[in-house]
Design a protein around this ligand. Structure first.
Ligand code: NAP
Ligand code: ZN
Length: 349
């Protein structure tokens, strides 16, 4: 066992504060990572606030956008050596026997993936995430990080990056298609960058007038303030595909109506409460409403390599660990451009 330092919420909805806990010793296929940066995903807030039902596991150390340096390797490790950069995303293990795992879609493991935090490892112990000094992970669930990229900007790729890359690949987004991105936060700004990199005409939807200029700087071909009914109506029936990254309750139907016949809207955001949905926007135009969960290990590596080749990282605001509670407050006001990333050097001793 090794002792790790982190920040935890003692109980649901509590503020986060310093917390010391044990991690397992490095096993034969494990690597030990000194964490350099951890991104702050809105899923961290949903889970600290226990908004998704099922009962969160507390004390909770959030964080699943993890990058750092390998400091020890087990004697069967082949992918990493001491001194390498490594990343960890939303899960640290899975059943490894089902069809989804065999197809590299571990996030849909039929036995359930082992979440990086707020989960139970195979030994029944709670998992603790990346708002911490270091971690131990099986090398099969760790990612290789391109050396050319800014490390703080890489951290959000481990969740916000793969969560948006995967559906854009699955629905085969390519040159000439019209793609809408709903919500310009951590996921939204990565969706915008990837959809542009894949050649689409991208329209960014936002509720924040203060983000319009930035959306254009990030590459959007058009930006629509979703509270402007006239601007929304101008896009009716015109989209091939839409990605909805919104974390709070909102009306899906106003976006479904913007799809072409046979268009698809894929939901990524997970608001606390269920939404109202009338069948008409789907029936009229044979439209589809879908969902997508992060991405598998192989596709996450593909995404990181793509980012290395195309020089893509997240736009980040680096914060100190003790600033996390203020960071959550700002995220709940849609006030982050576009991902907070915690510098783990600032973790109190
Ligand atoms: P974020 O950085 O806080 O961004 C969310 C954005 O949604 C906000 O910046 C805001 O954009 C918009 N928004 C928030 N509340 C709204 C409301 N009530 N009505 C309309 N727009 C609203 O969050 P994130 O980290 O990108 O995460 C987004 C969601 O995806 C969360 O629910 C998270 O749990 C979920 N998620 C899902 C997966 C998956 O695998 N499916 C993975 C990671 C995260 P504007 O200011 O532009 O309007
Ligand atoms: Zn996340």
């Amino acid at each position: 066992m090794t002792t790790s330092r982190g920040f935890a919420a003692p109980q649901a909805k509590d503020a986060l504060g310093p917390f010391t806990f044990e991690r397992r010793a490095v096993g034969p296929t494990d690597i030990h990572i000194d964490i350099a940066f951890c991104g702050v995903c809105h899923s961290d807030i949903h889970q600290v606030h226990d908004e998704w039902g099922g009962g969160g596991i507390f004390p909770m150390v959030p964080g699943h956008e993890i990058v750092g340096t390998v400091t020890a390797v087990g004697n069967e490790v082949t992918k990493f050596a001491v001194g390498d950069l490594a990343g960890v995303g939303c899960f640290v293990d899975s059943g490894r026997t089902c069809r989804s795992c065999a197809e590299g879609l571990e996030q849909y493991c039929e036995k359930g993936m082992v979440a990086t935090y707020n989960g139970r490892d195979k030994d029944g112990q709670p998992t603790y995430g990346g708002y911490s000094s270091d971690m131990v992970v099986d090398e099969a669930y760790a990612l290789t990080i391109p050396k050319s990229l800014d490390l703080a900007g890489v951290a959000p790729l481990l969740c916000a990056g793969i969560t948006t890359y995967s559906p854009l690949r699955h629905w085969k987004i390519t040159t000439g298609q019209k793609v809408g991105v709903v919500g310009l936060g951590g996921l939204g700004h990565m969706a915008l960058k990837f959809a542009k990199a894949f050649g689409a005409h991208v329209v960014q939807f936002t509720t924040s007038s203060g983000k319009i200029a930035d959306a254009k700087r990030l590459g959007a071909d058009e930006v629509v303030l979703s509270t402007d009914a006239t601007a929304m109506a101008a896009h009716a029936g015109s989209f091939d595909f839409m990605l909805d990254t919104v974390s709070g309750e909102h009306d899906y139907m106003q976006y479904l109506n913007l799809l072409k016949r046979d268009g698809t809207m894929t939901l990524l955001g997970v608001p606390e409460r269920p939404a109202m949905l009338h069948p008409f926007p789907l029936i009229m135009g044979r439209r589809s409403l879908a969902g997508s969960l992060i991405g598998g290990i192989a596709e996450t590596q593909e995404m990181l390599d793509f980012c290395g080749t195309h020089n893509i990282t997240a736009d980040v605001e680096v914060i100190a660990m003790p600033e996390i509670n203020a960071g959550y407050e700002r995220m709940l006001k849609n006030d982050v451009k576009y991902r907070f990333v915690i510098d783990m050097k600032t973790l109190p001793a």
